[in-house]
Write a protein that binds this ligand. Structure first.
Ligand code: LLP
Length: 427
C-alpha cells in the first residue's frame, strides 16, 4: 500500500500503528499524521537543495497544514516556513520557530500583520502589489527598520492543474505581471522607497502539478527578469521558485520524483546564470502539499449505508465537508479504505457522504471500497494537506483532533474541539 501504510491482521496500519485502535482511542473523525514521512519529505527537499544549488532554503508552506507541533518539526529539520497570515506567523513564533527563517507571502496583507511581522523580525516579506509596497515602507520607516522584501511576480506560465489553484498566469490575483512592465516599475520603486531592501523575487505557478516543464519555464522567465533588473542596476540576491509539486491521491496521479524535479530545474537555473552572466542567487522553494499530504490520513466511523437501486450507494460517515472540503470545492479525488477490512477486496463503488446539511458534502463519488456498513472505520488517504487547514465549523461541527504517530507511539498534537470551544467567542 502507498503512503507508508501497511496491513496487519486485516487492519490498516499507519507508521506501524493500527488505525482501528487509533479510532477507538481518540474517536473519529481523526486526522492521523505519520511523522517520519513528514521528516523524510523535508530531508529529501533539503538534500536536493544542498546538492543542486549549494545554498538555499526549503520553506514549508504552512497553509498546507499548520499547528505548533508541525512548526516544531520543521524547525527540528532545519527548514524555513512560507507563511500566509499573521495567524500562521503567530503559530510558528509560539512554537519557538526562529523568525529569521520565516517568509511572509500573501496577496493582501493587513497593516497589523505587516507590523506584527516586522516587530517580530520575520526574515522576508513577499510583496504582492504596489499599494502593499508603500504600506510596508511606511510601517518600516515608522518603526525605524529596514525590511527585506521579495517581489511576487507572475511569470505568465500556465501549469496543468485545476483552475482554482493556478496562480502564475497573467490573469491571476497574485503578484506583479512581468509582461506589462508592472514588475519592473515596482522593482525600481523599491530602490527609492525608504525602509525596504529588495532582497529578491518570487514566483509560484500553481499546485498539484505533475509536469517539470512549467517549473523550468518559470525559472527561465524569472532569470530573464533578473537580468533585466541587473541591466537597470538592481541586484537580486534571492529567488523563490515557489511550491506546487504534485502528489498521488489516486492511481490516476503519477507524481514526478522530487529529486528529478530539482535536478532538471537546477540545470535550467545554472544554464540561465551562464547565459545571462549572473551569479547563482540564494534559491528558495516552498513545498506544502508534498511535505504534508502523503503523511496524513483521516479516519471516520460509518453511520449508515443507503443503497438507491440502480443509482448509487451512499456510505454516510461522521465527518465530511467541515474536515475535508476539497471534493466540494475542486472535485478532488481520494483513495478510500475500510480500515478494519483492509485485506478484503474493494468489491463496491460508492459515494462517501458527509454529515452536514448539504447535498454537495461528499468526500467522493465512484470510489472503489470494501463492503462498508455502520460501525466500520473508513480511512481516506493523503489528507495531510489542505484538510485540517481548510476545516470549517459549518453546522457547528467541532474540528477533529490531529494525532501524530512515530516509533510505534501516537500523541495528540491538536486536541479535538468541544461544543464549549464552539461557543467560546459567543457573547
Ligand atoms: N507558495 C505559495 C506562494 C503558495 O501560494 C502555495 C500554495 C505554496 C507555496 C504551496 O503549494 P503546494 O506545494 O502545497 O502545492 N487549497 C488548494 C491548494 C491551494 C494552494 C495555494 N498555494 C488545495 O486544496 O488543493
Amino acid at each position: 500500500m502507498t503512503n507508508g501504510l501497511t496491513v496487519g491482521n486485516g487492519h490498516l496500519l499507519t507508521g506501524g500503528i493500527d488505525t482501528v485502535e487509533l479510532a477507538e482511542q481518540y474517536g473519529t473523525p481523526l486526522y492521523v499524521m505519520d511523522e517520519d514521512m513528514i521528516r523524510q519529505a523535508c530531508r529529501e527537499f533539503k538534500t536536493s537543495i544542498d546538492e543542486c544549488y549549494g545554498r538555499g532554503m526549503v520553506c514549508y508552506a504552512t497553509k498546507a497544514f499548520c499547528c505548533k507541533e508541525m512548526c516544531r518539526i520543521m524547525n527540528d529539520e532545519g527548514i524555513g516556513l512560507d507563511t500566509v497570515s499573521g495567524g500562521e506567523i503567530y503559530t510558528a513564533l509560539s512554537a519557538g520557530f526562529p523568525a529569521e527563517r520565516i517568509v511572509f507571502t500573501s496577496n493582501n496583507k493587513k497593516d497589523e500583520e505587516i507590523a506584527f511581522a516586522i516587530d517580530n523580525g520575520v526574515g522576508r516579506i513577499t510583496c504582492d502589489n504596489i499599494e502593499e509596497l508603500y504600506r510596508i515602507s511606511d510601517i518600516a520607516v515608522k518603526k525605524g527598520r529596514t525590511v527585506r522584501v521579495m517581489l511576487r511576480l507572475k511569470p505568465g506560465v500556465e501549469a496543468h492543474t485545476f483552475e482554482a489553484v493556478m496562480t502564475g498566469q497573467i490573469d491571476s490575483k497574485f503578484g506583479f505581471a512581468i509582461e506589462t512592465g508592472e514588475a519592473l516599475k515596482a522593482a525600481k520603486k523599491v530602490a527609492v522607497l525608504p525602509g525596504i531592501d529588495l532582497a529578491g523575487v518570487h514566483c509560484h505557478i500553481g499546485s498539484q502539478i505533475h509536469d517539470i516543464a512549467p517549473f523550468e519555464k518559470a525559472a527561465e522567465v524569472m532569470f530573464e527578469f533578473i537580468a533585466k533588473l541587473r541591466d537597470e542596476g538592481i541586484t537580486i540576491k534571492d529567488l523563490s521558485l515557489g511550491g506546487g509539486f504534485g502528489i498521488k491521491y489516486t492511481d490516476k496521479d503519477v507524481p514526478v520524483p522530487y529529486g528529478d524535479y530539482m535536478k532538471r530545474v537546477s540545470a535550467r537555473v545554472r544554464e540561465c546564470c551562464d547565459r545571462f552572466g549572473l551569479e547563482m542567487p540564494f534559491i528558495m522553494i516552498e513545498p506544502g502539499r508534498s511535505i504534508a499530504a502523503p503523511a496524513g490520513i483521516t479516519l471516520y466511523t460509518v453511520g449508515s449505508r443507503k443503497t438507491i437501486p440502480g443509482i448509487r450507494t451512499y456510505i454516510g460517515i461522521d465527518g465530511g465537508m467541515p474536515d475535508n472540503p476539497r471534493y466540494a470545492l475542486y472535485k478532488s479525488e481520494y483513495t478510500a479504505v475500510v480500515a478494519n477490512k483492509a485485506d478484503e477486496p474493494k468489491s463496491e463503488t460508492v459515494t462517501i457522504a458527509g454529515r452536514t446539511c448539504e447535498s454537495g458534502d461528499l468526500i467522493g463519488e465512484n470510489m472503489p471500497l470494501q463492503h462498508a456498513e455502520a460501525g466500520d472505520i473508513v480511512a481516506i488517504l493523503a489528507t495531510g494537506a489542505y484538510n485540517y487547514s481548510m476545516a470549517s465549523h459549518y453546522n457547528r461541527v467541532p474540528n477533529a483532533a490531529v494525532v501524530m504517530v512515530r516509533d510505534g507511539k501516537s500523541r495528540v498534537v491538536v486536541r479535538r474541539e468541544t461544543f464549549e470551544d464552539m461557543c467560546v467567542n459567543d457573547l
